[in-house]
Design a protein around this ligand. Sequence first.
Ligand code: ZN
Length: 307
Amino acid sequence: MRLEALHHITMITADATENVRFHADVLGLRLVKKTVNFDDPLSYHLYFGDETGAPGSILTWFEAPGAAAGRAGAGMIHRIDLSVPSADSLGFWEARLAAAGVPVRREGDALLFADPDGLAFALVPQGANPPLTARHPEVPAEHAITGIEAVRAYTPADPAAEDPVLTELLGFSFAGDGAYAVEGSERSFRIVFDPAPDAPGLNGAGTVHHIAWASRDEDHVGWQERVARAGGRVSPVMDRDYFRSIYFRVPTGLLFEIATLSPGFAVDEDPERLGEELRLPAMHAHLREHLERSLTPLANPRAAVAG
Ligand code: ZN
């Protein structure tokens, strides 16, 4: 039993309109699902990814309209590294982000910037992962974002010491200096821990809520049992319509989810029309009329391209 690398990462945005403008229109990701937070159905849950919404390509946001900006501290992810085909693509993105009014900074082979909520991102040349790309009329295929490569998080512990929850329980490998890798059968992912700043973290806009690792469907309950046996407080299996999930907090403070690889985002929409309509789980379907009035109206930029 091993984790199949990353499934998705979930953040908080104060403004769904700006969030879609930036991640779909500027970065060129595909908005693959427009739904609500299943645990708090009055707010959006937006999923972005590659053309098919493949696990490993997914960035998601809960909208908390007007939420104050948060701040990453101990036990929180503070940067997401997206991959591009090669270092040659960084010049394209430097110009594209600058044209969109986004300040950028080069640091070695990484291009650093923040999204409209202030969350830090880096574009880095891709490693060995097969590319997961979305089409965008202004982003040439040779420069399109190819997936999510790594995250950086703040740990309250000493990053130099191996964390056995990550290695022994979850099967990550430790490379020293806070760096861990999780190798699935097709994809790998890195999580790197930095020493936490003195200021405590604050949940809010621009912060990461949780990170989800992918599991083969047949292993999912096995992972739940394994975490429980190790003394972890793990949630029941939750049906998220597009995958099934379990949640548990690890000692460094991060909220981990393990999500199944299937059924995926085409389970309730035509693959050509992903993310165009508000999709609601059966348990919240009765709220549709209210939600269509109360949620920020959001057009999927891809709907216009398709037409
Ligand atoms: Zn999640």
